[in-house]
Design a protein around this ligand. Structure first.
Ligand code: 4AD
Ligand code: MG
Length: 460
């Protein structure tokens, strides 16, 4: 019996003359005289495998000539050198078995190119297209590259909880998790009678819990689903996204920035070598010049600016912004993109933001006005990474928590980490979908996650 083989392995490794058996979905059928050319794709790579089905096949008239886009097939045959341009080999079929038909009248994916908007409405079929198929492979390769990178750097992976009672970012964007019926939400403290005995929600960040393990294991990371009830219908925001959060003990802001830059370069390098075929597709059809831009990100140092320098740069910009800038306001995507695309022409690390616009856990700078924060901004997207050195001094942290209106009892465990063996420590969060956008050049974040959740939309 022939070994079942993935198309990627057939195209890259199998010698001419070998007998192969392959499963996949039909992209197109073209007839030429007594022959049918079948383009088969199994998702293992962008390229299709061309199958030659000749009229001698038992089911040639009854089935092969009725095949249409979307049918699933099992093909057995011999690998031969291909005379056609653009492919080295093809399969001369000895058997073509139809596993599942796809009615050509109703199958929504046709040979022509569909818009990403159209494809969003068919989340169950869009992975079968070239672009969304490539996104899925790049996403998976980046995910694996993240684990490999942190493993090689000596980090321990920690699984932080999805259900939590601490709102790390304090931005009021936590989805509530409750078993109470609407009628039971009464009184001053309705959640006292709830499942957890107090208000719980879906995590907005695993950072606070990651800090616990950084203060026992030194270098840790957490990587998982993150939720924000943020009513921003933009091409960069999701209500459910994946965040990668490394946390390092005995580390300051400088070490944090260096680790983030090394990591981004390693991930971009992994994509360039491991996803070359898919990135070439994006370069050609989605974002011209993508591979050159990624190569520069991999090879050139990032540019450093303090927040104050960035604001000065923006104030002198020879263009208008929808949101005017002055010291003290948070930067908007338009400002962030200007800094990378026009000023630095490279990723920019902005540091030392005003204390008032950043969360309570960031370390207060000596000037008392700014914190040891850093955001990494990239072209086309804006903020890719947000991180900081954490406030390790008990008194300063307690004062900042009180100022932020946090319940000291509820966050007592977080303060304890500063009472018992506190050390300088730092970390950052990388929005995984924004990374996939950056690496693929895809415009809309809804197209780089298999099942996007956005305000008003969670279809399946
Ligand atoms: O800057 P953020 O809010 O930082 C934190 O949550 C920290 N606790 C991270 C840390 O220091 N451990 O979020 C980190 C990143 C952002 O830079 C952005 O890339 C991404 O998460 N992000 C989102 N991505 C998609 N949709 C959203 N709604 C996002 N909100 C943040
Ligand atoms: Mg941020």
């Amino acid at each position: 019996m022939a070994a079942m083989t993935r198309i990627v392995d057939i195209l890259r490794q199998q010698p001419v003359g070998s007998v192969v058996e392959v499963n996949g979905w039909l992209r197109t059928r073209r007839d030429s005289g007594s022959l049918a050319f079948l383009e088969l794709n199994d998702g293992s790579c962008l390229a299709n495998l061309q199958v030659l089905a000749e009229e001698g096949l038992a089911n040639y008239e009854t089935e092969v000539k009725k095949l249409s886009t979307g049918c699933s097939l099992r093909v057995r045959g011999t690998l031969v050198a291909s005379p056609a341009k653009g492919q080295a080999v093809e399969v001369r079929a000895e058997a073509v078995e139809v596993i599942g038909w796809a009615d050509p009248e109703t199958y929504p994916l046709q040979k022509k190119r569909h818009s990403f908007e159209f494809l969003r409405a068919i989340a169950h079929l869009r992975p079968r297209t070239n672009a969304l198929g490539a996104v899925a492979r790049v996403r998976s390769a980046l995910c694996f590259a993240i684990h490999r990178f942190f493993h090689e750097q000596g980090f321990i992976q920690v699984q932080t909880p999805v259900i939590t009672t601490s709102d790390c970012e304090g931005a009021g964007e936590m989805f509530t998790v409750t078993t109470l019926e609407p009628g039971q939400m009464q009184g001053a403290d309705p959640f006292a009678a709830d499942f957890f005995g107090r208000r719980a929600g879906l995590t907005v960040s695993g950072q606070l819990q990651a800090e616990i393990f950084a203060l026992s294991h030194g270098r840790v990371y957490t990587f998982g689903p993150t939720f924000r009830a943020e009513n921003s219908n933009t091409s960069r925001h999701l209500a459910e996204f994946w965040m990668l959060e490394p946390e390092m003990a005995f580390c300051d802001l400088g070490g944090d920035m260096a680790m983030a830059e090394t990591m981004i370069k390693a991930l971009v390098a992994a994509a360039l070598t491991e996803c070359a075929e898919d990135l070439a597709l994006f370069d050609q059809h989605v974002a011209k010049g993508l591979i050159d831009r990624l190569t520069q990100v991999r090879d050139r140092p990032f540019v450093h600016l303090t927040y104050t320098e960035a604001v000065t740069e923006l104030a002198h910009a020879r263009r208008d912004f929808a949101f005017p800038v002055r010291w003290g306001v948070d930067l908007q995507a338009e400002h962030e993109r200007y800094l990378c695309e026009d000023v630095a022409q490279a990723p920019v690390i902005v540091t030392n933001y005003p204390e008032a616009i950043k969360p309570f856990y960031m370390r207060l700078d000596d000037d008392g006005r700014t914190v040891a924060a850093m955001d990494i901004l990239v072209a086309g997207i804006g903020e890719l990474v947000g991180g900081s050195q954490r406030e390790e001094r008990y008194e300063v942290l307690a004062a900042r928590m009180a100022a932020a209106g946090l319940d000291m009892e509820q966050y007592g465990w977080y303060l304890d980490l500063r009472r018992f063996g506190s050390v300088p420590h730092a970390g950052f969060g990388l929005g995984f979908e924004r990374l996939v956008q950056f690496v693929t050049g895809m415009q809309n974040i809804r197209d780089v996650i298999p099942f996007p959740r956005t305000p008003g939309s969670a279809p399946c």
